[in-house]
Write a protein that binds this ligand. Structure first.
Ligand code: FBP
Length: 566
């Protein structure tokens, strides 16, 4: 049976209601075995500890602007947790804490919540944990569930965000800040944990600033979530979910590789999630060794056009045909088109038009495009034109998950190969198959790494709130070492920020961590890509392992970035 839950639908009158939650009785053996899988904690979190302030912080860029936007929080130090004696230990007290999941699903989110819960049970007996339902809108509307051991249990070490669900709403207008503050006051919240990506953590910091400026006692702590892997810094080495999602996609890519080799008749064009950075695509390439991998950041650095990208793929296909291979696997990051300078220009013109003009069916709006952008827009297949015009997400981003770049590239490569065939420069057969691996990887069973990392992030968020900190993001480091040696702290969110132009205005943003062309993961890939293109060195890693010698293996990107060899 699913547990009964105390829920509120916005009027703050808590009622007993049956949960629509999970039935662990329907779980497979593997899922069941994960429920009681005990998670190791970093040593520092297991005994008496002290929270130690570091030096004053600055910003990732434009510190003067950030200081103006965050007058209460700018400059505050990041903190580290170090072993302490029982005398200096935080006095146990009952806390009221809220937690919210924000943005796209990422494996491990449930473990962050159970990590916070376990901290409160271990060190702050009598505390209450409120789960705001449906993302930040749940805070504004006062929709929450009181989380109990029975309610949480079926979600332990399980994927998905359905324990409390997520949403992409933003708390941004004065009215919305007021609604959030009202909820914090009504529930007498000591703290709020925002589990989200770069935009959501920016929002968490704005909320922390707003609450501080109103002298509310509610502190706000962020947690780094996103399968995209682009929320990271020196102190926050990775976002949770990336490890599991990449392992799931790598399994799927490996299967497609075996399929390609088995029949020898298809080129599989696989688009992978990651709306801005190409980390997922790069990691999957390192895990599986495909014939072609496009990395958006490289395409941008080389100022490549759509034609250049098409020619590069066609060149590999032609060379492979000479070896008798009329099959292969090509990985494409979903953010690719946003990296191609000519498309970038088109998208930024479209953004301005969509923000300020009515898009009429007669196409008069098109006159606002520059001649180059108009030419490109008219050249694109109609399906892609329509996808580029779709509504932006609440943060002003193009919804790249809805743009079928893989289909567009198949069409363009096919046309190019036809031209080469006519010129007797290509004698092979080309059949493209398109795939999009995105949502499939976001709710899988968290890998051992993500399960443990998330538990530590949640537990650390509990410590940070208990010690009265606000405007920090929970940070766990030294991740290639055994868990006992992981370091734990909180990084000042303002130290990760810069300003950016969005919806025609300057806004604070956490700088996205893109694939670095001088970084170890990209260099590793470059050192091997020519061999992968022509030989079939495919690796099919199979499903994620939860027990056995490879179960605790960390993804290649993280290891290489931490200076290890793979
Ligand atoms: P977050 O940045 O919120 O973690 O989401 C990332 C992501 O999974 C992208 O990879 C993808 O482009 C996008 O979400 C899809 O969004 P939606 O779930 O709204 O379709």
């Amino acid at each position: 049976m699913a547990a009964a839950a105390v829920v509120s639908n916005g009027n703050h009158a808590a009622v007993q209601a049956p949960s629509t939650g999970r039935f662990a009785s329907g779980y497979s053996e593997v899922q069941n075995s994960r429920l009681d899988h005990s998670l190791p904690l970093p040593s520092v979190l297991k005994s008496s500890l002290k929270v130690v302030d570091g030096p004053p912080s600055s910003a990732a860029g434009n510190p003067d602007e950030i200081a103006k936007l965050f007058p209460c929080l700018f400059g505050q130090p990041s903190v580290n947790m170090v072993p302490g004696d029982s005398a200096g230990e935080l006095a146990p007290k009952a806390l009221k804490i809220g937690v919210v999941l924000s943005g796209g699903q990422a494996p491990g989110g449930h473990n962050v919540i159970s990590g916070i819960f376990d901290y409160l049970q271990d060190r702050c007996k009598g505390s209450t944990l409120y789960g705001f339902r449906g993302g930040p809108a749940g805070i504004m509307k006062g929709k929450y569930v009181v989380l109990t051991p029975e309610y949480i249990y079926p979600y332990r070490n399980q994927g998905g965000f359905d324990m409390i669900c997520s949403g992409r709403d933003k708390i941004e207008t004065p009215e919305q800040f007021k609604q959030a503050a009202d909820t914090a006051v009504k529930l007498d919240l000591d703290g709020l944990v925002v589990i989200g990506g770069d935009d959501s953590n920016t929002n968490a910091c704005l909320l922390a600033e707003n609450f501080r400026s109103k002298n509310l006692k509610t502190r706000v702590i962020g947690c780094p979530k996103t399968i995209d892997g682009d929320l990271k810094s020196k102190e926050v080495p990775t976002s949770f979910g990336f490890d599991t999602a990449c392992k799931i996609y790598a399994e799927m890519i490996g299967n497609v590789m075996v399929d390609a080799r088995s029949t020898g008749k298809y080129y599989h064009f696989v688009r992978l999630m990651g709306r801005a950075a190409s980390h997922i695509t790069l990691e999957c390439a390192l895990q599986t060794h495909p014939n072609v991998t496009l990395i958006g950041e490289e395409v941008a650095a080389k100022k490549q056009t759509l034609k250049n990208v098409t020619d590069y793929i066609a060149d590999v296909i032609c060379k492979r045909a000479e070896f008798g291979y009329n099959y292969g696997v090509i990985l494409i990051p979903e953010g690719l088109i946003d990296f191609i300078p000519e498309v970038q220009q088109l998208i930024s013109e479209l953004n301005e038009i969509l923000a300020h003009d009515v898009v009429d069916e007669a196409g008069i709006w098109k006159k606002k495009l520059t001649p180059q952008s108009l030419e490109l827009f008219d050249f694109l297949p109609q399906a892609i034109q329509e996808q580029l015009m779709l509504e932006r997400d609440p943060h002003g981003n193009v919804q790249v998950a809805k743009i079928e770049t893989e289909k567009m590239l198949i069409q363009m490569v096919e046309t190019e190969l036809e031209v080469r065939k006519q010129a007797s420069a290509y004698k092979g057969q080309f059949k493209g198959q398109s795939h999009f691996f995105g949502y499939e990887g976001r709710c899988g069973l968290p890998s051992n790494f993500d399960a443990t990392y998330c538990n530590a992030l949640g537990y650390a968020a509990g410590v940070l709130l208990h010690s009265g900190k606000t405007g920090l993001i929970s940070s766990v480091g030294n991740l290639a070492a055994p868990v006992a040696e992981w370091t734990v702290g909180g990084t000042a969110l303002t130290s990760l920020m810069d300003v950016e132009r969005r919806h025609g205005k300057f806004k604070p943003v956490i700088k996205k961590a893109m694939v670095e062309l001088e970084g170890a993961p990209f260099k590793k890939y470059v050192s091997m890509r020519e061999e992968w293109a022509l030989k079939n060195l495919y690796i099919n890693p199979g499903p994620i392992q939860f027990v056995g010698p490879t179960a605790d293996k960390v993804n290649h990107t993280l290891l290489l970035e931490l200076g290890y060899q793979i």
